[in-house]
Each structure stands twice: as C-alpha cells, then as structure tokens.
Design a binder for this molecule. Structure first.
Ligand SMILES: Cc1cc2nc3c(=O)[nH]c(=O)nc-3n(C[C@H](O)[C@H](O)[C@H](O)COP(=O)(O)O)c2cc1C
Length: 328
C-alpha cells in the first residue's frame, strides 16, 4: 500500500485531498465526516472581509451610540448577526481542534487590505493551522491600471503576514495579464501556497424574463484543464506549494494534478454531487495506480510531468489547435 501522505504549506497531510471551502465545510459534524472519509485537511467556508469590518464598525457605533444615539444605524446592526458570525467561526475552529486531527485551514474572502487583517490573529489564536485568503479582484474598472489591480494582492499579503505566524496561502483567479510573473511575485512575497484557481459566482441570462441569473455553481469534470496547465508550467519555477482547484472530480484528475506538481487538490463540486465517500474512491484510484507504476510515495509522483521535466515543454504552451483546424 503506497504512502499517500503529502506536505502542503509545511503541514503534513495524511492524504492529498483537501475539502475546499464551501457549504460542506461549515459545521463540525461535516468536518468530522470529511476526516473519516479520508480528507487530508479542510478549508473552512470563508468569512467575508465585509463581515469583519462591519463587526468593527458595530463596536464603534456602539461606543458612539452611548453618547449620541443613532437609532437607524443601531436598528440595522440589531438585525445583523455579524458578531455571532465571527464568534461562531472562532468556536468552529476551536471545536475542530478538539475533535479532529487533520489540519483546519481558515479562509477569508477579501478585496482590500483595509481594516480587517488584525482579525487574522484571532483565527490563529483559535487554533487554525493555516489561513487561505480568497482574493477576488475582478479587473473590470477600465480606469485602473494592471499595476493598481495587482498592488491590492501584495497589500493584503503583507498586512496579513504582519499579523500571523501560521502559513498563509492565497486562492486566486486566472484574471492576470502576466500570470506566470504574478505567481512568481506571490511566491517571493512569502505566501506558503497558491490555490489555482478559484471558481467564482458568474452571471448568466434568462432570455425569457431578461433577468440575470446565477450560472451553474458546480464545476464540470473538464474544467481541470486550466489549473493543470498552469500547475505544470509553474510548479518547478516557484518556491511555494501549489494546490489544484476547479474540476478535480475523480482519481484520474487527482493523479494528473500531482504529476503536474500540485502538493494537494481541493474538491467541492464532486463532494456535492457524489457525497463524502467519493474521497475514498479517489484515494483508492490513486493508490491502485501508484502500485501499478511501482511508486511508494507521493514525492516520487509529484511534478513528474511538470513542464521543466517534460521532453516536450512546448506542448504546455500551445494555445492554437493548428493541426486540428485543418481536420474535419
Ligand atoms: C456552494 C459553494 C460554496 C463555495 N464557497 C466558497 C467559499 O466560501 N470560499 C472559497 O474560497 N471558495 C468557495 N467555493 C469555491 C470552492 O472552494 C472551489 O474552489 C470551487 O468550487 C472549484 O472547485 P470544484 O471544481 O471542486 O468545485 C464554493 C464553491 C461552492 C460550489
């Protein structure tokens, strides 16, 4: 039986499958089940930057209200359960530390480095093993330069790194004009890992009602192609770990991601569709494949098909179909 353990963000994971941040990683009961079914770690459902900042404003307003009373503001906050959201999150981390052995990675959805990074320390103090920053900047403002959009990422990384000693990873999209350069700069900025790539809420159209409706929230099993290419291109070129996210639905894709150089994969859609037991099925496929190829541990597999080790490095860079355009 091959050893399926892996190192990710300096943490020792018993398996390379991480339960990605989602509604499935929001309760102790589910996290206990994920551990039982073989998850190597869990990324908790994200807190939002806005939730943290609103809580801080709430405290300020409470102070003001003692002297000046702003009834409308206080009414708004009375209905807003943000304080509970934050304390529930910290309690969940605490409960996980007492009830499961696998690393618990806290997660924050953030857009700016303003006001919230101090809160990262509370996550560390509650017992989080690492912190994943889901940085989601949609570069849709045509007045902003690429440099201005990019600066946000480095401001956030530096502000959070100033607050915590636990490992920090960032989860990003592929919306960069110079993706390879940015990945290198993120790694040089000191993050311990990068998750490639997040899958965002996307708008779609209803052509009968003319409404904007949410596109399918789950990935398809072909979506792994984009992270596979970029992990293979970058895994030998940067210091930090890479974790594959989006479209990892089965054992074969898990194997491909490790061959590309991923230290771990993160799964959400396949767990929604197939249940937690699917983790064991994927791990069994990895184990059977490793045995058939005489591999005894993950390090022997990791990066074997990265671009730098390939006999056909140009194959990773091709973006036009060439030959296929000529075929019917
Ligand atoms: C219902 C749902 C909720 C999610 N919530 C979060 C979240 O809170 N934070 C986050 O970083 N990603 C979140 N994601 C994204 C997933 O963590 C994951 O990156 C994405 O779904 C791609 O992986 P998959 O193809 O395995 O689904 C969510 C995804 C789904 C489907």
């Amino acid at each position: 039986m091959p050893d399926l353990s892996t190192s990710y963000l300096g943490l020792q994971l018993k398996s390379p499958i991480i339960a990605a941040a989602s509604g499935l990683t929001n309760s102790l009961q589910d996290i206990i089940e994920l551990e039982k079914h073989g998850a190597g770690a869990v990324v908790l459902k994200s807190l939002f930057e806005e939730e943290i900042v609103t809580e801080m404003d709430h405290e300020l307003n409470k102070m003001h209200s003692e002297n000046y009373l702003y009834p409308e503001t206080m009414e708004f906050y009375e209905d807003y359960d943000v304080e509970d959201t934050l304390s529930r999150y910290l309690k969940l981390i605490n409960d996980c530390k007492e009830n499961v052995q696998i690393p618990i990675i806290a997660s924050i959805n953030c857009l700016t480095a303003h006001n919230w990074p101090y809160f990262a320390k509370s996550l560390e103090d509650a017992g989080a093993s690492a912190l994943e920053l889901n940085i989601s900047v949609l570069p849709s403002d045509s007045e902003l330069t690429s440099a201005e959009n990019e600066k946000v990422y480095f401001d956030i990384i530096s502000a959070v790194k100033n607050e915590v000693t636990i490992p920090v990873s960032i989860k990003i999209s592929n919306y960069f004009s110079n993706l390879a350069g940015m990945l290198k700069r993120f790694s040089n900025a000191g993050v311990e890992g990068i998750v490639l790539f997040n899958r965002f809420y996307s708008p779609d159209f209803d052509i009968d009602s003319f409404d904007i409706v949410p596109a399918n929230k789950f990935s398809s099993s072909d979506d792994y192609i984009m992270p596979l290419r970029w992990i293979a291109i970058m895994s030998d070129r940067i210091e930090c770990d890479l974790s594959a996210s989006t479209g990892v639905h089965d054992g074969t894709t898990l194997i491909k991601m490790i061959l590309a150089g991923a230290s771990s994969v993160q799964v959400a859609s396949t767990l929604y569709k197939n249940g937690f037991a699917h983790i064991q099925i994927m791990l069994q496929e990895l184990s059977t494949w490793m045995t058939s190829k005489d591999f005894s541990n993950i390090n022997q597999v990791k990066g074997l098909l990265s671009q730098s080790k390939s006999i056909n490095p140009a194959g990773y860079l091709r973006i036009q179909f060439m030959k296929h355009f000529a075929e019917k």
